[in-house]
Design a binder for this molecule. Sequence first.
Ligand code: AHR
Length: 617
Amino acid sequence: LLVSASEGSGRKASETLFGIFFEEINHAGAGGLWAELVSNRGFEAGGQVTPSNIDPWTVIGDDSSITISTDLSSCFARNKVALRAEILCDATGSNVCPEGGVGIYNPGYWGMNIEQEKTYKVVLHVKSLDSVNISVSFASVNGSQKLASTNIFAAASDVSNWKKFEVLLKAKATDHTARIQLTMTKKGVIWFDQVSAMPVDTYKGHGFRKELVEMVASIKPRFIRFPGGCFVEGEWLRNAFRWKESIGPWEERAGHFGDVWMYWTDDGLGYYEFLQLAEDLGTAPVWVVNNGISHNDQAPTSSIMPFVQEMLDSIEFARGSPNSTWGSVRAAMGHPMPFDLRYVAIGNEDCGKTYYLGNYLKFYNALRKAYPDIKIITNCDASSHPLDHPADMYDFHVYTSASSLFSMSKQFDHSPRNGPKAFVSEYAVTGNDAGTGSLFAALGEAGFLIGLERNSDVVEMASYAPLFVNVKDRKWNPDAIVFNSWQQYGTPSYWMQQFFAESSGATVLNTTLQANSLTSLVASAIIWQNSKDKNEYIQIKIVNFGSNPVSLQISVDGLAPNSISLSESKQTILTSNNIKDENSFNEQNKVVPVQSVLKNAGANMDVVLSPHSLTSF
Ligand code: AHR
């Protein structure tokens, strides 16, 4: 392998080459990244009508001690459903309440993770005609063990109108499948609405599950595309993600049923929170807007302008001055400074649909005029032929077998060098090769990414898809990060991305693989600067996709004498005994990168590449 590192050779890669794509799929956000523990906190999962679907809320008590119903008495205009509980038993008399009382419980998303010594903030809204004494507690799965509890007392005059209560609960024991309970032992009628429970300790205090964000942060993403995917489109437009419904105080959000991935979200993780997450991660937000097209219905171009205005409003919300109509809403939510939104994608996978082009042009023209600096991304592929419409970038998605993706390392070698750049916003090996996240898949993907890195003059951005899966709702396979209520691990595809953490903004060097029979190898080399020590580092990455070890001589020309520090030279390898090997909750580190000192580091070095491996030097 010849690597040319002489002064002036090589090319600067995009500063945003590798990032992440977050979609609300697999309960990635609700019951995942968003640390809210209560599911269906407003009793609205059945929609804005009664009787609503209150699942997974469940009654504690029997017909003789409690009856519940839903009505439209909430104080929140956009989500009128509230839960009415009539307690029929009492502390004394002929119908004494069972020990522990009667009421309701919510197990969250397949059980709440409550950890000893950690503090949780519980918020609930209550109304009653009588005085109330509500026990708020976290308990084990069947309620037998209390992990934390407190009581809310209020006089009838305090709760005759809706009143918000906030309590902090510190857990005295750990339970990963806990539930929250609201119980009473006094006869009367009581209404509940908007019940929330969050750990106090979240990523940067902004409501994100810390361990999950930290895993994302460690691959150093330079952008975050959100919130989908198909989630943006919906099966039907009426169920698509509507950003205006997802902002403002969480209690006032209506929530919605995502009909592609078939689950309800309370929209605690809304448009504002996505922008906040991007800022917290130091990444560029890429906002995918609904372009009036879902999987099954389309708004024709002649009536698309309300959707276009919706997009313009969303940008004013993100970037407008705190005095502007929508900028003031953002400011009221706690962020007077604008968010750094510079990328907007018009729709998802909609190119070729009847109204795509017409709608796209309406969006494009309005956006270009109002925000000339925003980079606009079309759904239409321009990797092999020019577009028939203006765009700054074009979206490119690929899901295929390991060997197909590996061979697609050349996909962009012959793409037009001028014109819009590629945004490979979804790529992954899927199908049998991938299982639920295999080494084989990761190697196919690594070969593809090496190709993107080599073609980073025409590829501006790339992200793996999907990012997260809650194992209790595996709608899509495989995914980069797997989690349950309390654990998380990376699939080999996640660890593969660690090898590309320094690529964005790096100088990509010219490399030539000389051996003519080495179709199983792909390689790239970069020089990157460490922002901490300001030193420059050279990194050579090679995938050996074949089943035999390969001896290779690596020659780097153009390096200044003594510029290689032997003590700092490392080699990192991602491999395993079997290409189908995967990580799991029990074996989280079965297929992870292993680092060692590179003993023979130098301008010329002989290395042996393990079968089925990704190695960086
Ligand atoms: O990443 C999963 C899905 O794959 C996305 O929602 C969609 O864009 C693609 O079809």
